[in-house]
Design a protein around this ligand. Structure first.
Ligand SMILES: *Cc1c(COP(=O)(O)O)cnc(C)c1O
Length: 479
């Protein structure tokens, strides 16, 4: 039996076992593979992890409680979890050239929350403890503790605005980050739609934040982290970089020099499941100065680590250290460029006029559509994207004016630059054929539209052909 035949047979057996307990879950799991195989996935935050990464998550490592850190646990019997966590952290440090890596956060949001509180511990709590002559918070008098709690609440954070491409954890009010910090956001230049470092520096001088957060979810360009460091230094701020979206491009050495955040940031947070192609999870890298604070992620923010997921992070990070991964990361960027050029050649408008990372932000105004209409029309034509705000979006955050496209997932399936050009053609054909319906007052609807059957069918057929040429998990057969 080949490896893939035995893996297929193992998955069939496992799904059979699950089926005996709850058939609906076995069926949904099978169907998810079928659906993922059948969709042209351009969701910029999604990817396909390798079978070794997926397999690593499905084990009894999940059963162990291991609060604490390697060699210093609040539970007995953590020797194997120690190995898992130490190996994952070692790969992370060596891959990214970081002084310290913390692989316990369960998600990107957890990583950010842990990082914020670690920064507050280092910059606010530690000096306060010295001032009050206490070794730890438990020793503080009620009055001193109250003073310290107020100091936490007085701190300022400067992050990228949501509609310029920032993330909700960068100080957006509905998120806890916007409630725990006084927050202001920086945007992009209204003409170029690019980050305006001079405007950001002026804002930082005026606002004097404790933390400047760089990083994005929907900005189609690289960031100059050397400049970010200069700005942070000038105002005495901590520089935190959230590379959740582009960690794979850092790992794969597509972003080097000033575009690599690790040498410049005090703290770097990331997810592990986006362009990095690992299990769903989070991670923090830090300088030695911040390491002791981040290391207290449990009990600061987190409870027990997900040992099975830390194991899968170790496997994914080992994969990310290979030459194949570097090729993959370069292909992600090349494919994004090909997609952008394909769209531009067909007269589409892109935010910032193009891309130099893995994201393309398509402004659908000149098709007469909202982001919501474009997203739905593309979805029924076999192209999975998500609607997204553009800077100063006239349609707001629900209907939006943009479509965010990303290449990590299709690149994992082996899509090439010429495939991406074909995808660009399909997108433009569908959007040109889509017309908003008019409401009873004669105004165009923001949600409803019509799409001729012929255009939809043509796109679905083209998508099938492309997907068949680049199978997902080739050889994995559950039937
Ligand atoms: C996706 C993302 C996150 C959140 O990650 P989750 O794992 O969904 O919690 C945080 N920051 C940025 C910039 C992201 O893109």
């Amino acid at each position: 039996m080949s490896d893939l035949e035995s893996i297929s047979s193992a998955y069939r057996t496992l799904l059979g076992v699950i089926e005996q307990v709850e058939p609906r879950i076995a069926q949904a799991t099978r169907q998810e593979l079928t659906d993922q195989r059948a969709s042209l996935k351009l969701i910029a935050s999604e990817n396909y992890a390798s079978l070794p990464v997926l397999a690593t998550m499905g084990t009894w490592l999940s059963d162990k409680y291991a609060e604490g850190t390697v060699g210093h646990r609040f539970y007995a019997g953590c020797q194997n979890v120690d190995t898992v966590e130490a190996v994952a952290a070692e790969h992370a440090r060596e891959l990214f050239g970081a002084e310290y890596a913390y692989v316990q956060p369960h998600s990107g949001i957890d990583a950010n929350l842990t990082a914020y509180w670690a920064i507050l511990a280092h910059k606010v709590e530690t000096p306060a403890l010295a001032e009050f002559g206490a070794k730890g918070v438990a020793e503080l008098s009620e009055a001193d503790w109250e003073t310290l709690r107020h100091r936490f609440g007085e701190q300022r954070l400067l992050g990228m605005s949501l509609d310029a491409g920032g993330h909700l954890t960068h100080g957006f009010r509905p998120n806890v980050s916007g409630k725990m910090f006084h927050q202001r956001s920086y945007g992009t230049d209204p003409n170029t739609e690019l980050l305006d470092y001079d405007a950001l520096a002026a804002q930082a001088r005026e606002f004097r934040p404790l933390v400047i957060v760089a990083g994005y979810s929907a900005y189609p360009r690289r960031v100059n982290f050397a400049k970010m460091r200069e700005i942070a230094d000038e105002v005495g701020a901590v520089l935190m970089v959230d590379m959740a979206h582009f960690a794979g491009l850092v790992a794969g050495k597509v972003f080097t020099g000033d575009e690599d955040p690790v040498p410049f940031a005090d703290v770097v947070t990331t997810t592990t499941h986006k362009s990095l192609r690992g299990p769903r999870g989070g991670m923090i890298l830090a300088t030695g100065e911040y390491a002791p604070s981040v290391d207290r992620g449990c009990p600061l923010v987190l409870g027990g680590p997900l040992s099975h997921v830390m194991a899968a992070k170790a496997v994914a990070l080992a994969e990310a250290r290979t030459a194949e991964f570097r090729t993959y990361a370069q292909n992600v960027a090349d494919n994004a460029k090909a997609l952008a050029e394909g769209l531009l050649r067909r007269d589409a408008r892109l935010v910032t006029g193009g891309t130099d990372n893995h994201i393309v932000l398509l402004d659908v105004r000149n098709f007469g559509l909202t982001g919501r209409q474009a997203e739905s029309a593309l979805l029924e034509s076999g192209i999975v994207t998500n609607r997204n705000s553009v800077p100063n979006d006239p349609n707001g955050a629900w209907y939006t004016t943009g479509i965010r496209l990303g290449t990590p997932a299709l690149t994992s399936r082996g899509f090439t630059t010429s495939d991406m050009d074909e995808v660009a053609g399909m997108i433009v054909d569908v959007l040109r054929s889509t017309k908003p319906t008019t409401t009873s007052t004669g105004a165009p609807s923001k949600a409803k539209y019509t799409l001729p059957e012929q255009a939809r069918e043509a796109s679905l057929t083209a998508a099938d052909t492309l997907l068949a040429a680049h199978p997902l998990y080739p050889g994995l057969d559950l039937s």
